[in-house]
Design a protein around this ligand. Structure first.
Ligand code: PMP
Length: 394
């Protein structure tokens, strides 16, 4: 049996992680994998998380199973965080999942169960797992143009021309904020245009929001998604607490469906069923930490403050890198870095240039030049800018 297996396609990000670990140079800089790092290079456990965990250790009296869709208190807390009260509970079905990845996967399964003919439209570029997760659920997917590398913004005309090919009932996957890998986000008026288009064409939005709070703030980052929820009859959401709660390895994720009340109960039952037939009961510890924080005013304040510190750090590093690159290149060629949002930006570059950055300068980026801004430190910004200017500024 196993001799029939052929090797799976290599994972570009894991490969960069391995190359970085194997590099003996002490001045190497990891700009690859998408985790937040503080000024000392550490991915910290947030203080609010420590407080919630201490509370759980003191008070939790059972590790018995919870429910196939996870804890309803987690659903309510996350629905409030993401949707901000713009739709009533009678329109929301929700289920905990194994991280944001599990949430996207389960949402794809739900699409396939409800309408196997639906095609999922995915931005180019995107988080590489999006197409893989659609395919794993047996769904056909189509790309739509998204990024305008010339100006570091969105290719609106290309995007709308491609989405014009969508059929009624198709699903349009959108990044809620901090687009991975480009950092180029929709404006308020883009969201309004998209909502009108989706409404006119009978298309269903699916918003993946994995970085809420890393762009402009918890509410500002969800404003586009909330606009869709308030205006359209149906919306799917995949959320993750990996980044904004620093709970990466705890795999705290959720998927939600906003729908007419008449569709809600069956959708909820099907989501529980889909959990049962894949992972069984979803992980609980990270979800419970999130719920504890969001339901305790002091812990929530602490968390919001820490999240604001992380956001300020990333935005500060963005601005510092943009300034250093302006100095190095004498141009505004990389000025888009300062305006983009979240942990990632796409610098471009051929495979040979990315290899040269790695070999000559010890700078580790993912193929296509995706850079994790949070991998910078105040004292590496100038060196990184110098390497980028030498190799990529053609
Ligand atoms: N969606 C996007 C766009 C992401 O970048 C990520 C993390 N890389 C996820 C979902 C999933 O994150 P996790 O499974 O770690 O919660």
């Amino acid at each position: 049996m196993f001799n029939n297996l052929t090797p799976p396609p290599p994972d570009a990000i894991l490969k960069v992680m391995q190359q970085f670990r194997d590099d003996p140079r002490s001045d190497k800089v990891d700009l690859g994998v998408g985790v937040y790092r503080d000024a000392t290079g550490v991915t910290p456990v947030m203080r609010a998380v420590k407080a919630a965990e201490a509370h759980l250790v003191a008070t939790q009296d059972s590790k018995g199973y919870v429910a196939m869709a996870g804890d309803t208190a987690f659903h309510s807390a996350m629905a409030a965080l993401v949707l901000g009260g713009v739709v009533g509970a009678e329109r929301i079905a929700a289920a905990a999942a194994t991280g944001g990845t599990g949430a996207v996967r389960q949402a794809m399964e739900l699409i396939h169960t409800a309408n196997p003919q639906a095609r999922v439209w995915i931005s180019q570029p995107t988080w590489p797992n999006h197409p893989a997760l659609a395919e794993a659920a047996g769904l056909e997917w189509r790309p739509y143009r998204y990024y305008d590398a010339e100006n570091g913004g969105i290719d609106r005309a290309g995007m709308m021309a491609d989405l014009d090919g969508a059929r009624e009932g198709d699903v349009i996957l959108l990044h809620g904020c901090c687009h991975n890998p480009t950092g180029a986000d929709f404006t308020e008026s883009d969201w309004a245009d998209i909502a009108a288009f989706l409404e006119r064409r009978g298309l269903i939005p699916f918003v993946d929001i994995a970085y809420q709070g890393f762009g402009d703030g918890v509410d500002a980052d969800a404003a586009g998604l909330r606009h869709l929820a308030a205006r359209l009859p149906r919306l799917m959401i995949a959320g993750s607490a990996a980044k904004n709660f620093g709970l990466y390895r705890e795999r705290a994720g959720i998927y939600m469906v906003v729908c007419p009340p008449a569709e809600r109960d069956t959708t909820q039952a099907m989501m529980a069923w889909l959990n049962r037939s894949s992972t069984g009961f979803p992980p609980d510890h990270g979800a419970r930490v999130v719920t504890t924080i969001l339901n305790d005013p002091m812990m929530k304040d602490q968390w919001l403050q820490e999240l604001a510190e992380m956001r300020a750090r990333v935005n500060g590093l963005r601005a510092a890198l943009a300034t250093a690159l302006r100095k190095e290149t004498g141009s505004d060629r990389f000025g888009f870095l300062g305006a983009q949002k979240g942990m990632f930006s796409l610098l471009g570059g051929t495979d040979a240039q990315i290899a040269r950055l790695r070999e000559e300068f010890g700078l580790y980026l993912v193929g296509g030049g995706r850079m994790n801004i949070a991998g910078l430190k105040e004292d590496t910004v100038d060196r990184v800018a110098a390497g980028i200017a030498r190799v990529l500024n053609d």
